[in-house]
Design a protein around this ligand. Structure first.
Ligand code: SF4
Length: 378
């Protein structure tokens, strides 16, 4: 048992339980098994087979009764371990964990929904950032594979709405705000917000949360609306602290882009990312591996490689390989059926990921890493 970064880590055999500074359960890790709890009290069960890579992982949201049983056991294990540990650690953490009951944690669901609309997705390196929803939804919202924001219209918040949101965030997280690193501006393409309004929002966030919390800013942007911003505006935002822009590049194959109802061409997407690089940003470029099924595999692969070679990546950039998962609330199924296309099996997906990894890691200085939308939990 030990404390690290204001978190309590409890070991029992090969199992590790982690609790945050408020005493809330955060994480369980065992061989081939991970359980994570989100700020909204949802809990995700991840099973990791010893072979097969990311596509073979299985994900499940834990239902309420099982959640209660799991948490009850986790707290019993932690309290027992505390009784057997050195005084200082026990004196500090025993009362903290005693106050945090399962009933208290389950109230986070309602507290969260008073503060946020669902945080549908984040890049994996932003799971620990503090999300501030300066806008809701995506201004396009029609990519065939994307159902992240189908539940809400696009809306840019007024200064009053932002102030209200920030007050709720402060109240909801309390001291836990210090555990978040950097600010992620939500939702789906916040960089589309007119520059003067966005600059004002960043200023409000800094002055309300303090520059110790608002150390850096990050956001998503689509690849087809960036021409609303001039180079001067992009540089101004960068100087204000906006550091990373994550773009859903998806594919370099124009035929596949059209199939996916993704606006613009691959050449325009390359130009958009290049513009961000010229303005000084770190970029996260997301590729959708397996999109369009087996018929598009070869075209997707070769056209994407060709396109990415034209982007002036640097070593701080990231290229994310995101395995394609069938969306639930879009017309993608109908289109796949109409065209008679076949999804990739887990094995085909894994092979494709390896091919992309090898090719890109030898041809770009960017870091190549995985991005499973199934692992996201804020
Ligand atoms: S993929 Fe991006 S641009 Fe397309 S609908 Fe989703 S959030 Fe919007």
């Amino acid at each position: 048992m030990r404390e690290q970064n204001h978190k309590l880590q409890v070991r029992k055999g090969n199992e590790l339980y982690v609790f945050d500074r408020s005493g809330r359960f955060m994480l369980f890790v065992a061989k081939g098994h991970v359980v994570r709890r989100g700020l909204d009290h949802r809990m995700l069960d991840i099973r990791i087979p010893s072979s097969g890579g990311l596509p073979a992982r299985r994900y499940r949201e834990i239902p309420d009764t099982e959640k209660t049983n799991f948490l009850t056991k986790a707290y019993q294990i932690a309290q027992k371990a505390l009784q057997q540990t050195e005084h200082a650690l026990s004196d500090k953490w025993t009362p903290v964990l005693s106050l945090m009951t399962v009933a208290e944690m389950s109230r986070d669901k309602e507290r969260f929904s008073r503060t946020y609309l669902p945080v549908s997705i984040l890049p994996p390196d932003q799971y620990h950032s503090l999300v501030i929803q300066v806008s809701h939804g995506c201004s396009y919202n029609r990519c065939l594979f994307c159902d992240f924001y189908r539940d809400r219209p696009f809306h840019i918040k007024s200064p009053e709405e932002i102030q209200h949101h920030l007050a709720h965030v402060l109240d909801f997280l309390g001291k836990r705000i210090d555990d978040r690193t950097g600010i992620f501006l939500g939702d789906g393409n916040a960089l589309i917000i007119p520059t003067d309004r966005l600059l004002h929002m960043i200023h409000m966030i800094k002055s309300t949360l303090g520059e110790d919390v608002a150390t850096s800013f990050h956001t998503f942007m689509d690849t087809f609306n960036l021409d609303y911003k001039s180079m001067d505006e992009l540089r101004m935002l960068h100087e204000m602290g906006l550091q990373t822009v994550y773009v859903g590049f998806e594919t370099g194959a124009d035929r596949l882009r059209q199939f996916l109802d993704k606006p613009g061409t691959s050449a325009e997407a390359v130009e958009a990312v290049t513009t961000l690089k010229m303005a000084g940003y770190r970029v996260g470029v997301i590729l959708l591996i397996g999109a369009g099924g087996t018929s598009f595999v070869q075209e997707h692969r070769t056209e994407t490689w060709k396109a990415l070679l034209n982007i002036p990546f640097t070593s701080d950039d990231i290229i994310f390989l995101s395995p394609f998962y069938m969306p639930e609330h879009t017309a993608y199924h109908a289109k796949i059926d109409e065209k008679g296309l076949c999804e990739l099996s887990d094995e085909q997906m894994e092979k494709e990921i390896q091919i992309f990894k090898e090719k890109l890691s030898t041809n770009t200085p960017a870091t190549i890493t995985m991005y499973s939308i199934k692992e996201h939990l804020y």
